[in-house]
Ligand binder design. Structure first.
Ligand code: SF4
Ligand SMILES: [Zn+2]
Ligand SMILES: [Zn+2]
Length: 334
């Protein structure tokens, strides 16, 4: 890297796709611009949205917090609240929680912490331990995934959020598409959309503004901006099938740059032929917790029942529900 393609400044990084070389300043500007383009392309946000950002204190959500704070300055009507889920992972989550409190205070962003212990009556550690002892087939990450999803939705409802933003990046997106394909899960493959869709009144639509940003780009951005984040991996992180796919796709991307983009682009192209899924009537409201479910008893209540834990709190026991804002007539882009 002898010379930049952007200005006379010192070369910092090379774009793997275009092979162009950028300085630090123009690299970060390009990332921010791509995030904004992604938000507009998939109409992820409107100016009046209240964004509930899933903020764990890890590098991805820290960078997303940093960029959303920046974008918010230009769109003052938009609200932003950080939502942190405390799964109850001993020796790991405690430190993250302290960091999330410190950073949200620094940015003066409202911050809500909600724990598995409060909603489900048990920590993830306790649930995983019981699951292992009963030789349950689900991995720690699969259990954590469904419980976190529900917890994040509870937290978002608590603050009247109109969108939940998560920091899933291009690597995660390509992995999820391939994972659904390899599992033969056509329902999930079709439902996996980058457009925020309000399927049911009680499920807050989700957005992933980093779906066009790669993991290495996020690491570089955090480095340039000198962002403080929690970098220790979760002790359960190596148990998932996703890891096999992550390794495979990383090798493919290394040898054939654009593999990740090609997967997401292909999914975008064929998504046009998928049926629209907006505003469906809920098939069931779970008899135990009252949440929307494809079955009379939702998978979370089934799981907790099987493992001998109490039913999750009903949302009204945890929250003070407010009427959902009508988002149907909001068309302005972020
Ligand atoms: S790595 Fe798995 S168990 Fe750990 S926080 Fe992530 S999803 Fe949960
Ligand atoms: Zn430059
Ligand atoms: Zn239930």
């Amino acid at each position: 890297m002898s010379q930049t393609n952007c200005c006379q400044d010192i070369p910092f990084t090379q774009d793997q796709q275009s092979k162009k070389v950028y300085c630090k300043k123009h690299f970060t500007e390009r990332i921010e611009k791509r995030v904004r383009k992604t938000i507009n392309k998939y109409t992820m946000l409107n100016r009046e949205d209240h964004i509930g950002l899933g903020y764990s204190g890890g590098k991805d959500s820290t960078v997303l917090l940093n960029i959303l704070v920046k974008l918010k300055k230009q769109f003052s009507q938009c609200n932003l609240t950080a939502l942190t889920i405390d799964e109850g992972i001993k020796g790991y989550r405690e430190e993250c929680l302290e960091l999330t409190k410190k950073i949200t205070k620094k940015y003066q962003i409202p911050h809500v912490i909600i724990s598995f212990k409060k909603i489900y009556g048990a920590t993830l550690d306790q649930i995983v331990e019981e699951s292992l002892s009963k030789k349950h087939a689900l991995s720690a990450c699969s259990i954590c995934g469904i419980l976190r999803r529900r917890a994040l939705n509870y937290a978002a409802r608590q603050i009247n959020a109109t969108k939940i933003a998560t920091a899933h990046n291009l690597d995660d997106e390509a992995q999820s598409i391939l994972l659904n394909l390899l599992r033969g899960d056509s329902n999930k493959f079709i439902r996996f959309s980058r457009f925020p869709i309000q399927k049911f009144q009680t499920l807050i639509p989700r957005i992933r503004p980093f779906v066009r940003i790669t993991e290495p780009e996020i690491v570089l951005y955090a480095y340039v901006k000198d962002l403080e984040y929690h970098s220790y991996p979760c002790p359960y992180a190596f148990s998932a099938m996703r890891n096999t796919i992550r390794t495979f796709l990383s090798e493919m991307e290394e040898k054939h740059p654009s593999t990740l983009r090609n997967i997401v682009n292909l999914h975008d192209s064929i998504s046009r032929y998928f049926p629209q899924m907006g505003n469906l009537e809920p098939p069931f409201l779970c008899q135990k917790c009252g949440e929307v479910s494809a079955h009379e008893i939702c998978p979370i209540c089934q799981l907790l029942d099987n493992l001998g834990f109490q039913n999750p709190l009903k949302s009204e026991e945890l929250l003070n529900p407010h009427p959902q804002p009508d988002i149907s007539d909001r068309s302005r882009s972020f």
